[in-house]
Design a protein around this ligand. Structure first.
Ligand code: NAD
Length: 647
């Protein structure tokens, strides 16, 4: 479709509206499958400027709205009853929008041969993707034949979402890993090309600084997709494993197979990364995906738009918007796996609910990550690293530095250097990449930070920086504190804000013991020139991830699995381990098609029992002599078993 009046985005909106009005069936093509050439301009040329700009605004909006919303708008405007001005205007909008679509559609289907040609083209598309939205098509058809209320209710319904995903499973299972990876490559290209628009959307929903959005979300996602391109085929290929000598003549393999449908429930702090990374890992493993974003940062329509641009079929990855209840309703539909990222409290609820159906659950939860600075650390580097680790994404990362332990011999120097650096940090949701820390994403989290701060101050902590904060605004300055005590919320609980709580320590072992008492265990950072000490401490800490002389960097290597221990979670994602976590491992043992009777099969006799015992003792006693004894007894036992079986 071409137009001098409409932008590409507006043409996309027109196509979405068109497909809601005319979704197509087996006799006629859908609106978007027609080649409309210059027909769009022929209509727009006849409109006055005001009507044309109105239509442009509506089409830009439709480009981002999910189809069921467009359907809802049409439905509302059609059902508006009465003589009021508003009702008549709404009906007019409905007639106008449908008028444009029908005019374009029927003006293009102007000869029988053209209809046949269009239908053939459409059929060819359908054959490419035999499962594509058949179910969705059915609902849309039902809707357009007058049951619109049913359509609207059902499309939002977890049950129908699950049906659509179940329908998509066979097709996804049948796609080879190479074809799945072709979609991943296209998606990588789409994201790279649209990165500025994506960053705008992340900032609008989440409020983080532009550089944080670029580095921690876009770069991280592209890096993950590149990892999949490079390693996924190998990680998911059939794996040959050794077969023991007692099973001589046989071979063994593991197949990594799709699970079916993976339900992904995500939080608000990395709305793009926490969407694309688990969605694509599940998809590459051959699963259908239902993705439930956080209601706080839904990035409405963005994920669908990008996946559609990369040719993913809508039924392969569905985005289910809504609050926690939508997540809970989807769990009741028994997905084959739940991948949850979020708070400990919600994680516990999800696990309890999933246990009723024995659904495997992976939980990526919160943390209270320590940064430990030893006396021989490069202090300038440690100060900058600690500050970045505590303040990036306004301290709203699961692996944010939330406790800073500095050896007493360098404490004063470290504190002075840190206060010097913190005063230079620029705050705000910028548009040019120069803002360093953005706003808090959710006001509810701002209130938690205020509560933790007040509790710490009431119990004797001192605020060294950040006194200007009024405890209300979401633009919280960095809060540097000292004199913290064990009984403070800021020491015990995840604060999830821009805090830098400083504490002194003197003994390595006492500090490790204290940190290991924490209920959390997500990640930690260690700063020291002594490699042995770094190794010793990283092994001693009960945590899922450790960065040595760096901070929050295990997440930067997609070969490393990521996840926590204790209340910080269950399971791992990313890396080979993480990718296989979206698969069922199927064990296969292959034997020849001989008529031989295995020694452990019936019939049992006393002689067989004694030979088996002798063979077992020699096998597990070690040494060459015993091995020879095992081999000879084994051969004898085999021929004896065969002989008595054939009697
Ligand atoms: P949250 O637990 O409030 O919500 C997370 C998601 O769960 C949302 O989509 C929400 O709608 C949904 N949800 C809520 N109740 C539900 C229910 N009963 N059933 C199903 N779904 C339900 O978390 P949040 O406030 O959005 O995110 C912040 C938390 O996420 C922090 O604790 C942070 O540490 C954690 N987090 C962890 C990681 C990690 O990888 N370990 C990464 C990012 C964030």
């Amino acid at each position: 479709m071409i137009s001098t009046h409409f932008s590409k985005l507006q043409l996309r909106g027109l196509n979405r509206l068109g497909d809601v009005v005319i979704p197509g069936d087996h006799d006629f093509p859908s609106f978007s499958s027609l080649k409309l050439d210059d027909h769009v301009d022929r209509i727009l040329d006849h409109m006055n400027d005001d009507d044309r700009s109105g239509l442009k605004i509506v089409m830009s909006l439709f480009a981002f709205l999910p189809k069921f919303f467009i359907f809802f708008i049409l439905w509302i405007t059609e059902k508006a009853e009465g003589e009021s001005f508003l009702a008549s205007q709404l009906r007019l909008v409905n007639t106008g929008l449908k008028g444009v679509i029908f005019t374009l559609y029927y003006s293009n289907l102007n000869s029988k041969s053209e209809i046949i040609h269009q239908v053939m083209e459409w059929d060819a598309n359908i054959n490419d993707y035999p499962d594509e939205g058949d179910e969705m098509q059915q609902y849309t058809d039902e809707a357009l034949s007058g049951e619109s209320q049913k359509y609207f209710d059902t499309i939002m319904d977890a049950h129908k979402i699950r049906e659509i995903s179940r329908n998509a499973e066979p097709k996804l299972r049948s796609l080879s890993i190479d074809s799945r990876l072709r979609y991943i490559s296209r998606l990588k290209e789409v994201i790279l090309n649209k990165r500025e628009m994506i960053i705008d959307r992340i900032q609008a929903d989440n409020g983080k600084s532009r550089t944080d959005a670029l580095v921690s979300e876009i770069f991280g996602v592209l890096d993950h997709l590149a990892w999949l391109e490079k390693y996924a085929a190998k990680a998911l290929a059939d794996e040959k494993v050794p077969t023991p000598v007692s099973l001589l003549g046989k071979s063994s393999k593991i197949y990594y197979e799709p699970m079916g449908t993976v339900l992904i429930i995500s939080p608000w702090n990395y709305p793009f990364y926490q969407a694309i990374v688990p969605i694509t890992a599940s998809f590459v493993a051959g699963n259908a995906v239902i993705y439930k974003p956080s209601e706080v940062t839904p990035l409405t329509g963005l994920i669908e738009e990008l996946l559609q641009a990369a040719d993913f079929q809508p039924s392969w990855v569905q985005v289910a918007y809504g609050e926690g209840k939508m997540g809970a309703d989807l769990i009741d539909q028994r997905p084959d796996k739940i991948f949850f990222t979020g708070s400990v409290a919600t994680g516990k609820k999800i696990m309890a609910q999933a246990s009723q159906y024995l659904i495997p659950v992976e939980l990526e939860l919160g943390g209270k990550d320590p940064s430990i600075v030893f006396e021989d650390a490069n202090l300038e580097r440690a100060v900058r690293g600690v500050l970045w680790g505590a303040l990036t994404c306004t301290g709203q990362s699961c692996t944010s530095v939330e406790q800073v332990y500095v050896h007493e011999s360098i404490y004063d120097k470290f504190k002075k250097m840190l206060l010097g650096e913190v005063s230079k940090i620029r705050q705000g949701t910028d548009s040019n990449g120069e803002g360093e820390i953005g706003r808090m994403t959710a006001h509810s989290q701002t209130k938690i930070v205020a509560e933790h701060l007040q509790d710490a101050l009431d119990k004797g902590a001192s605020l060294l920086f950040g006194d200007s904060w009024d405890r209300e605004t979401d633009l919280i300055p960095p809060l540097v504190l000292e004199n913290l005590q064990k009984n403070m919320l800021m020491v015990q609980e995840e604060t999830f804000g821009p805090i830098v709580p400083l504490q002194k320590f003197s003994s390595e072992q006492e500090l490790i013991d204290e940190l290991n008492e924490s209920k959390y265990g997500l990640s930690a950072s260690i700063w020291s020139a002594d490699k042995q000490r770094c190794d010793r401490v990283s092994r001693a800490l009960k945590t899922g991830n450790v960065s040595i002389n760096n901070v929050m960097l295990t997440e930067g290597n997609h070969n490393l699995p990521f996840g926590g221990v204790k209340d910080s979670g269950i399971g791992r994602y990313k890396g080979v381990h993480g990718l296989r976590a979206f698969c069922h491992s199927k064990s296969v043992l292959i034997d020849g098609n001989s008529s031989k009777c295995e020694v452990n099969w019936f019939p049992y006799t006393e002689k067989k029992y004694k030979s088996f015992d002798k063979m077992m003792v020699s096998l597990f006693s070690g040494g060459i002599g015993n091995f020879v004894k095992f081999a000879l007894t084994g051969v004898g036992l085999e021929s004896y078993s065969d002989k008595i079986a054939k009697k």
